[in-house]
Structures are given as C-alpha cells and as structure tokens.
Design a protein around this ligand. Structure first.
Ligand SMILES: [Zn+2]
Length: 183
C-alpha cells in the first residue's frame, strides 16, 4: 500500500475517458489499495483512477462522518465499471476536488442515484445513494469520462478555506440563536 501522486488540473490525463476493467490483476488490486490510502491521506470523500494517472473505470468513495473517520472507521465503496441507471431529485451545494486543491464551486446534481457496478472481486452489485453519497458517486463517475466538476459549476470558483470559515460562522450563529430561543 502506498500514497500515489494526485494529478491536478492541467494534466491531460484528467480529460481522457477510462477503459473498463475486464479482469482483476495484482496490479489493479494494488491500485485499489493505493487509491484508498491516497483518498484517506488527502482527506477526500472520493477518488477516481485517472486522478492517480490510471485510465481505468475504478473509483472509491467514503462519505463517513469526519468524527468517525478520525476514529479510524472506514466504510469505502469500491466501484468498478459503474453504470448510472437511475437519477432523481436535485441538490445544490459546494463541491471540491483533490485535483483542484483549495477551490470549491456550486454544483447542481441529482439528489439520488442508482448505480450498477462491480466490486473488487468483479461481482456485480447495486449502490443506491442519496445526498452526499449521490454527489460523491456522480462526481467520481464524471472523472471516468474525463469530466471535472468545474464544467458543471454555477458561478465562479471560490476559495475553499473562506467558504469553510463562512459556513462555520453561520453554524455558530444558528446555534447562538437557538440557545437564545431556548432560554
Ligand atoms: Zn474530483
């Protein structure tokens, strides 16, 4: 297991379509383990193979709460040759990407998705995701066709730290208000 270098915007590999996986090999096994290590190391909720320079239809996603993650709880989906078979509803929110560090943008996505894929043993399974899981899966599936979230962005990219600080401040304000009401 190892941490791999994450390719950043400007690298042409991020604009290419990925080939499906036809059989599991030791090389691809190692790739999957390294992708998981890299995602956790970089504190991402997802990572697609082209982001570490490999043009294969493989992605990993883990949307476990931050506190759980800090405790070492791992709950990853390993998704090979994914096919989006159903989407519904709509959600709008900030999205970022390990391939575009320090930036976030507002993206509209379906609120729910159903994906058919293969697991790491190449057995077929179905994933149903809502909210953050749906967003993360669709973001990573986009990478497999060479697409960045920035192509779907509404409005300009913003500084990730500024947005995080603003959201924290808002959450604090709401809490204060709630406390006042309770009193
Ligand atoms: Zn991304």
């Amino acid at each position: 297991m190892a941490i791999r270098e994450v390719r950043v915007v400007g690298d042409p590999i991020l604009e290419k379509a990925c080939r499906p996986v036809e059989k599991m090999t030791p090389r691809l096994e190692t790739l999957i383990d390294d992708m998981l290590d890299t995602m956790y190391q970089e504190n991402g909720v997802g990572l697609a193979a082209p982001q570490v320079g490999v043009l294969r239809q493989i992605l990993v996603v883990d949307v476990e709460e931050e506190e759980e993650r800090e405790k070492g709880i791992r709950n990853p989906y390993i998704v090979i040759n994914p096919k989006v078979i159903e989407t519904s509803g709509e959600q709008e929110g900030y999205e970022g990407c390990l391939s575009l560090p320090g930036k976030v943008g507002t993206v509209k996505r379906p609120n729910r998705v159903v994906i058919e894929a293969l697991d790491r043993n190449l057995q077929p399974y179905t994933i149903e995701g809502e909210e953050l899981l749906a967003r993360a899966l669709l973001h990573e599936v986009d990478h497999l066709t060479g697409k960045m979230y920035t192509e779907r962005c509404e409005g300009p990219l913003e500084d990730a730290e500024e947005v995080a600080a603003r959201e924290e401040e808002e959450a604090r304000r709401k809490k204060r208000k709630r406390r006042r009401i309770l009193r």
